[in-house]
Design a binder for this molecule. Structure first.
Ligand SMILES: C[S@@+](CC[C@H](N)C(=O)[O-])C[C@H]1O[C@@H](n2cnc3c(N)ncnc32)[C@H](O)[C@@H]1O
Length: 217
């Protein structure tokens, strides 16, 4: 599968756990990325090579839509629409992931939450699918554990949010399942549990059968 805007590989690790061979693309070097890596522009790469892959995941940068967007300089381009157009042109099944603040830019996204996978953090992320692939979310448990305020040390009995310059890299690595990442990767990543679920959904047949796309078993 092709992992666009791959960063340090949270999404990638989940797809690998589901059994995929992964190739990542990012416009900045990612020495911590655990799989085959291409340095380059993701939209250009998918236009040129996307059709060579069985499945494509894209996580365009989310600063423009994140809860801390007001702290940024508003110079972050919206890459969701151009990424979608490039993905649709491949004819392959695809997923676009982004933060809750990007809901207005996304089409009928499915929400995944850490509580769906037994993680001790909520970290909601939206997933739009296309190319014949449809995604079901597991049941969404109620949020019963209070969240530590952003920027504070995670207290016992609370869940961390791990955004911005959060405190507690070792805890975040354990909670999210990303032991190879530093703070920069952790604040950006999806937990591998989310993409493992997505990968397994596709492998078990979460795709509309087509002439060259038989249902998986
Ligand atoms: C939200 S992070 C991706 C997180 C990743 N999916 C994970 O789970 O760990 C977005 C990444 O997009 C990269 N990026 C931004 N613009 C890009 C572009 N035009 N082409 C390729 N990568 C880009 C950034 O360097 C950053 O690493």
């Amino acid at each position: 599968m092709l992992d666009l805007f791959c960063c340090q590989g949270g999404a990638a690790q989940g797809y690998a756990n589901a059994g995929f061979e992964v190739v990542g693309v990012d416009c900045t070097p990612q020495p911590r990325y655990p799989f085959a890596f291409v340095l380059g522009d993701a939209v250009s790469y998918v236009r040129e090579h996307g059709a060579e892959f069985d499945f494509i995941h894209a996580s365009p940068p989310c600063q423009a839509y994140s809860a801390t967007a007001v702290l940024w300089d508003n110079a972050h381009p919206d890459l969701i629409a151009p990424t979608r157009a490039a993905l649709e042109a491949t004819g392959r099944p695809w997923v676009i992931e982004n933060v809750a603040g990007a809901r207005g830019e996304m089409r009928n996204p499915v929400t995944l939450c850490g509580a769906m996978f037994g993680l001790e953090t909520y970290r909601h992320r939206l997933f739009e699918t296309g190319g014949g692939f449809t995604l079901d979310a597991p049941p969404h448990p109620a949020h019963t554990v209070p969240q530590t305020k952003m920027g504070r040390r995670v207290e016992p009995g609370t869940y961390g949010q791990f955004v911005g310059n959060f405190i507690g890299v070792d805890l975040a690595r354990a909670v999210l399942g990303v032991p190879w990442m530093n703070r920069d990767g952790i604040r950006e990543c999806i937990p591998p549990a989310y993409s493992e679920h997505i990968g397994r959904e596709w492998l078990r047949g979460g795709v509309t059968p087509g002439p060259d796309r038989p249902a998986r078993v």
